[in-house]
Ligand binder design. Structure first.
Ligand code: S5P
Length: 270
């Protein structure tokens, strides 16, 4: 049976990565496959929003480098407060850093600088353009942390004209197979075709909005039913569809219900 037809509960028992097992356990117990993309620039607004949406999400996605911090210590204050919210509401944190350099450089970027991403982010992501050294470099830092960390490889983007998908995605999967302890899955628009017997990849899809459409800068939106129900993705990543809403809690609930319903129908068809 394809892994996409198995329940998150069942996959939580067998996923090869520790972070994958933790995430799937959270998804099953909270009945949510919704990740919020908290793309605001004011740190206190992000914390207030995430505290409100905490019960509805399995994961919060950050872009730490778009946030306006006034001092280096305010960065640590923010990441400490976000980690406390993750514990309070039982969700994981995904820093959407999109690493894209040689192994040695990404190791420094992941470990150090002002953001010290590896110290607070359970999951991060990387492009495959540089080759497998990027995975090795990030994994070496993850091992230093002493807490579970996971990586998503970008195999396909949501934006118009992106170079991913197709053969690029297949090559990304082959590269990911080289490190099944650290690579949790992919950023893509649907399940990974050609997954081998027994393989389980968690696929997360950004570019999700009820009603579809796009923006003026090349973003293209699919619906939760399309990415999870029809195409076999696991987690929907929603930014502006929720964070720009007048009532984010009500709107997040619409996304949670739509994405969870699409998943339930998918596994019921197995
Ligand atoms: O292919 C991608 C990959 C990512 S991670 N397309 C994306 O849009 N993203 C990210 O998802 C993007 O950086 C942004 O943080 C979020 C989508 O935001 P929205 O406001 O368009 O929902």
């Amino acid at each position: 049976m394809s892994y996409t037809m198995r329940t998150y509960e069942a996959r939580a028992e067998t996923h090869p990565t520790e972070i994958g097992r933790r995430l799937l356990t959270i998804m099953a117990s909270k009945k949510t496959n919704l990740c919020i993309s908290a793309d605001l620039t004011d740190p206190s607004q992000i914390l207030a929003l995430v505290d409100k949406l905490g019960p509805q999400i399995c994961l919060v996605k950050t872009h730490i480098d778009i946030i306006t911090f006034t001092t280096p210590s305010s960065i640590t204050d923010f990441t400490t407060a976000l980690s406390a919210l993750a514990t309070k509401h039982n969700f994981l944190i995904f820093e959407d850093r999109k690493f894209a350099d040689i192994g040695s450089t990404v190791a420094h970027q992941y470990r150090g600088g002002v953001y010290r991403i590896a110290s607070w982010s359970h999951i991060t992501n990387a492009h495959t353009v540089p080759g497998p050294g990027i995975i090795a470099g990030l994994h070496s830092v993850a091992k230093e942390v002493g807490e579970p960390r996971g990586l998503l490889m970008l195999g396909e983007m949501s934006s118009e004209g992106n170079l991913g998908g197709g053969e690029y995605l297949q090559k990304t999967v082959e590269m990911a197979r080289g490190d099944r302890e650290f690579v949790v899955g992919f950023i893509a628009q649907g399940k990974v075709d050609g997954a081998k017997e027994g393989e389980d990849w968690i696929v997360m899809s950004p570019g999700v909005k009820l009603g579809g459409g796009g923006d003026a800068l090349g973003q293209r939106y699919n619906t939760p039913q399309s990415v999870v129900g029809d195409k076999g993705s696991d987690v929907v990543i929603v930014g502006r569809g929720v964070i720009m809403s007048e009532d984010p809690v009500t709107d997040a609930e619409k996304y949670r219900v739509a994405a969870w319903g699409a998943y339930e129908k998918r596994v019921a068809a197995a």
